[in-house]
Design a binder for this molecule. Structure first.
Ligand code: SF4
Ligand SMILES: [Zn+2]
Length: 305
């Protein structure tokens, strides 16, 4: 596959490209702050077709010592939080992304956090995860992109994994005291659309929980990623409706098998009505935090799900 990377953003290997505090409902059922850092590092080698995270990456491996500097830079500027996410536009245990020589220095900076969340690919869930778990000596959680519980679609998405790979990785982590959260795409390219997309996303959430995942994050697939601009692929993708996102949130939470979050970043764009978009996004935000279903939003365009 030829992928155009000419419009990468300029990034500094010694600075995270974003960092902020966000509130999240924790594994223990309370809402607490999470320091969320988007580390700058080398582009992920998997090149899944729906992913545009490469935009804020380097072409080369960052120098040893750069990642600890990035963490220091962010933590000096953020208020304290009990939990931390180190997301890196790829996979934390990719040796070309986060230099393993830095694990000790990174772990030293994480010792006061109750939970450390990193992202990783199933093929990279191996003994290095356990080595890092022992170094951080706190609750480690790995976020893995399941995307969809459909092997045929995973293959077409160039995901580089099968459902067996996901299941093996999730069980490896949970058997070793490492929690797992899963990312699930709502209405990915090549998948079902409309109500069938809701059903597929819920099947994916069920699959994730069956493998021991404790938290699912549903992401409405966004146009504008690298592949979708390609004419030969654009016909296989439609953005999901806001109502579909609401349906997945409600039914996912009602499963009561673990936390189900929906990604509300920029979610107004999926809502056709300017009047109720804000309140509907806020309702989902509150449901993320409470894991309780709240009253629908009533609007002159109708009513939310
Ligand atoms: S593995 Fe994750 S970061 Fe890498 S291309 Fe796929 S979705 Fe993007
Ligand atoms: Zn409306």
């Amino acid at each position: 596959m030829i992928v155009d990377r000419t419009d990468k953003n300029h990034v500094d290997p010694f600075r995270p490209y974003a960092y902020f505090i966000e509130a999240e409902r924790t594994h223990d059922g309370i809402v607490e702050d999470v320091a969320t850092l988007f580390l700058t590092n080398r582009e992920c080698p998997f090149q899944c077709i729906f992913c545009d995270l490469w935009k804020n990456t380097t072409d080369e491996r960052v120098p040893v010592g750069a990642i600890p500097q990035q963490i220091d830079f962010a933590l000096e500027r953020l208020s304290s939080a009990p939990h931390i996410k180190l997301y890196n536009s790829g996979n934390f245990f990719d040796r070309q992304a986060i230099p393993p020589e830095d694990y000790g220095a990174i772990a030293a900076r994480l010792k006061n956090f109750e939970t450390v969340i990193v992202e990783n690919h199933p093929k990279l869930c191996d003994d290095e995860v356990l080595r890092f778990r022992d170094l951080v000596d706190t609750q480690l959680e790995v976020a893995i992109g399941l995307e969809t519980a459909d092997d045929a679609i995973l293959s077409r998405l160039n995901k580089g994994m099968t459902l067996d790979d996901f299941g093996r990785a999730a069980r490896f982590c949970t058997d070793n005291g490492v929690r797992v959260r899963a990312f699930v795409l709502l209405q990915p390219p090549f998948g079902d659309i409309g109500h069938d997309a809701v059903r597929s996303a819920l099947d994916s959430i069920r699959f994730a929980f069956d493998t021991g995942v404790s938290c699912c994050c549903v992401i409405p697939t966004r146009a504008g990623a690298n592949a979708f601009a390609q004419p030969d692929l654009s016909g296989y993708f439609q953005p999901p409706s806001f109502a579909a996102l609401e349906e997945v949130a409600l039914a996912g939470i009602e499963m009561r098998r673990g936390r189900v979050f929906v990604d509300v970043w920029d979610a107004e764009r999926f809502c056709d009505c300017d009047r109720c978009a804000g309140p509907r996004v806020e309702r989902l935000r509150q449901m993320n935090l409470t894991q309780k279903i709240t009253s629908p939003v009533v609007c002159s365009c109708g009513m939310s799900v």
